[in-house]
Design a protein. Structure first.
Length: 149
């Protein structure tokens, strides 16, 4: 992780806060009650996991699109097309109920990690990309699994 730019590392891990918060409010009745009274139902439990998880999955499509700008020719067409898959996945697969949406998000983040690896392998993502993406994805997937337990 020493090769990851400090700002990317800090912002990447800071981006986990809503996932960690959502999972924590699922497992802690006291925290759930506190969140309900102080921030409202949209910012707790499965709701925040679904909303924020969908937003970040779509955001990651934009990151892949940015990587695709480095490609040329036929490869560019392929990687641009692949870059929109996470956003389309979120759009079409999330929203069929809390549990179904969480399962779709877990699958979406798994697919995103495969795309991350592909872009990294073909030299479009920075050399440190997977060192950042793997732990972030593992933590996100773990948080998303909490309401399913």
């Amino acid at each position: 992780m020493k090769d990851i730019p400090r700002s990317a590392l800090i912002l990447g891990f800071a981006g986990l806060i809503p996932f960690l918060w959502g999972a924590a409010t699922v497992v802690s009745p006291g925290l759930f009650d506190f969140a309900l009274a102080n921030v409202g139902p949209r910012f707790m439990g499965v709701y925040v996991l679904n909303f924020y998880g969908t937003i970040i999955l779509a955001f990651m499509s934009g990151i892949l699109w940015g990587f695709a700008t480095k490609a040329e020719g036929a490869r560019a067409s392929i990687v641009y097309a692949l870059s929109v898959i996470p956003a389309l996945w979120a759009f079409f697969m999330v929203g069929g109920g809390a549990e179904t949406s969480i399962i779709a998000l877990i699958a979406g983040y798994g697919g995103l990690l495969l795309l991350d690896g592909f872009y990294w392998r073909i030299g479009l993502a920075p050399s440190w990309w997977m060192a950042l993406r793997i732990p972030l994805t593992v933590i996100v997937a773990a948080c998303l699994c909490v309401p399913l337990l």
